[in-house]
Write a protein that binds this ligand. Sequence first.
Ligand SMILES: [Zn+2]
Length: 471
Amino acid sequence: MSDLWLTTIVYGNLPDFGPIDQAARRARELGMTPHLLSMPFGHPVAIDFDHGAFHPACKPVQRAGGYQGWGGSFHHPLDEILAEENRKLYERFGPCDHFLDDDFRLADSPGSVGGCVCPQCEEAYCRAAGLTRQRWNELLDDLRGNNPSELHRQWVDYQCDLLYGCFRRLEEAAPEVDLGIMVMYMGSERSGIRLDAYREKLFRVGELMFSDRDYDPTINKTRELFSVLTHRRFSLPGRTFSETTNFPDNALSKENMASKLAVSTFADVRNTMFMCCVPADYWPFFEPKMKKEARYQEILKNHPAKGPFKHYWGDAARYFIGDVSNSLFLAAGVPFEVCSELPDDGWTFLGENDARALERGEIASKGTKCFARTDSRTGRFEKMDETFESLFAFRRTILPRLRRENIPYIEEEVPIVLGWYPDARAALLWNLQKSAVTVHLRRGEQTAATEIPPLETALAREGADGGWTFI
Ligand SMILES: [Zn+2]
């Protein structure tokens, strides 16, 4: 462990610095670098009213759907107060890293569209956007009905401007502090987070499966990987941190928690940040696995993953209601790649908002074949159940082509995430099952077998003769 993050601002309030100074001193004595973390607005779901009263400048939020509560919002002058507090943190701690926690957002949950519609916010927005009362009511209808109108999109853009404006005010008040944003699971523009604006910043990717109950289902592993891959499209690997969390305490087994390191390897997230208590007996279990993943990451870093299955999460998916990705393809034993637009080849598995955007003609395929889920309300696409049965049945139809085109794949029909890095002449395999599995990695006529322990990864290198060796 090299760095320690100390909580400072909570709900707009500066803390009692005594215990924080003490913890920072102790961290330095132990050879660790102390940094700062803040919960500036209050988490909309996990608010702990006993932990600290809200700053008087904090106000409750009112959502378009009628919900009223606290957190996940700010009203001027809280932004100025936070900027001043960031300057005070700099004066006390000097240059340091400072992460704003994932309450630094303007929506309650990953799938909901944010923004406050209280009278103060309504007046400010109508003035800024030149909206009449009638158009404001149309906007509220669009927000409630998830209507992807221009009015709706402009509202989301305005929320992104608000939040980034607040971020910039904090930065400008203390330019020596390296300010970062922690983005919640699938967090994006609909929550006021214009992902591209934070590309150069310290960035924490969004994870969610914090307990065994959430992490055990295979599809939730692929959803978590999908979220992290999405965020890494918008961040720099060396400036990116994981959101490794065990919540409530001890709800995530050490085996599951360690296996999340694989997500960081696939997404090239270079820093692991534990956002929780790590029980003492977890550390000896983690040590060899952390070393192994670090070794794999060193081999794979800066080499893009390539493959015929496409990861795509477009503007519509990021702007409108809905955070459910179509992610199980990641575990079908076929290499995948992350795309920022619909590509000209391969097969792309769309979430509902992107499928509808494609149907409306807002985006176009350059040649990739798109699948929507069977429950999609779109009309003109081929659809596929998000199940292994359907994915593997489809896979059988494309295997001759994969062999012909010299694309590697896993011969067995078992849940394996396969990353292929042609530039590094390497392939990374992740066994998503809680039992060991023996698999064959095949490329063309070459195969190599290995047994992968439960939830573990394995790395294969390709020799000059085209043969594969697991290292
Ligand atoms: Zn408001």
